[in-house]
Design a protein around this ligand. Structure first.
Ligand code: DO4
Ligand code: MG
Length: 302
């Protein structure tokens, strides 16, 4: 398994590193080639079928290692866009059938349909990384994180790797009316990605455990696990539909849908800690906050 990392040092310089697995030490790739300060540069200079071999050669040849700088990690690669797939697990379908008013048939149909549900989630510059705050809408009473295996496509639209995504969602807004889906899904800091990017060739995505733990102060509110084996779609299928009439421009993330839905009495609140772990990729940790744009007056929720 080859994990790639991106971080910024104390002086503001960007770095890219590699490791084998999500813990332990990393090779700062600048020790192997001084030009490499990002995953994008690595891809531009050395991308292609030999990339894994090149990285493995550097790993053998260059002995310097740094501890993975957990507190300095960013979104692994500068994204142009972030997309998401929906209702790709029966559990997501069932939860939505339950919470929605009058649109149950649509969720059932989209789960079974040949065409997957895909929606725009965020411009890349608005996706946040590990340790950052994820946003809570001020006009929603029922908000949850959605832990999702996330595909990273390179600027040529090829599957480059896997990471973890949090598709923050408002269940009451989506449940009220399906046409409110963009508001339930797209708001300030509603997409988080990270911590590492595992090269696609080095990870089989078909049976990975996804675990999500939500903590409020010292209390565990939710702790659930699922495996990607239960996903009804494949990464290839989702990528094919996304790229069908949408030429990829720049690095693109595609969240593949959630299978973990907390019970109906759980809604995120200020300060809640969300930790999403996927086998081999690591743990994406974020805290929830009602960030709220100070420039807009939004009616308080009833
Ligand atoms: O259909 C609405 C969104 C579904 C979704 O985000 C998911 O299943 O993960
Ligand atoms: Mg989702």
């Amino acid at each position: 398994m080859v994990n790639l990392w991106a971080w910024t040092d104390e002086t503001g310089l960007s770095h890219a590193g590699m490791s084998h697995g999500p813990t332990g030490e990393a090779l700062d790739l600048a020790y192997a080639d001084a030009r490499i300060d990002s995953i994008d540069t690595l891809w531009r200079l050395f991308g292609g079928p030999n990339l894994v071999h090149t990285l493995e050669t550097w790993w053998q040849r260059v002995s310097q290692r740094v501890p993975i700088p957990e507190s300095r990690l960013g979104v692994p690669v500068a994204l142009t866009e972030c997309w998401a797939a929906g209702v790709t697990y029966a559990m997501s379908r069932d939860a939505r059938v339950e919470e929605t008013q009058g649109a149950e048939a649509f969720y059932r149909k989209v789960y079974d349909a040949q065409r997957p549900e895909l929606f725009f989630k965020a411009p890349g510059t608005r996706v946040v990384g590990p340790g950052a705050e994820v946003g809570l809408r001020r006009d929603s009473r029922w908000q949850v994180p959605e832990p999702e295996l996330t595909l990273v496509l390179d600027p040529e639209g090829q599957l480059f790797g896997f990471t973890i995504g949090n598709d923050m969602s408002s269940r009451d807004i989506e449940g009220e009316n399906l046409l409110y889906l963009p508001q339930a899904k797209i708001f300030h800091h509603s997409a988080a990605i990270g911590p590492s990017l595992v090269l696609a060739e080095t990870l089989d995505p078909r049976n990975l455990e996804i675990r999500m733990v939500i903590e409020r102060q010292d209390r565990v509110l939710f702790d659930g696990r699922i495996t990607t084996a239960q996903m009804r779609r494949t990464p290839e299928e989702l990528t094919r539909y996304l790229c069908m009439e949408w030429p990829i421009e720049g690095w693109t993330a595609l969240m593949t849908g959630t299978a973990l839905v907390p019970p109906a009495d759980i809604s995120l609140d200020e300060g809640d800690r969300i930790a999403i772990t996927i086998t081999g990729i690591g743990t994406l940790m974020n805290r929830a906050r009602r960030i709220g744009p100070t420039w807009a007056k939004v009616p308080a929720s009833e």
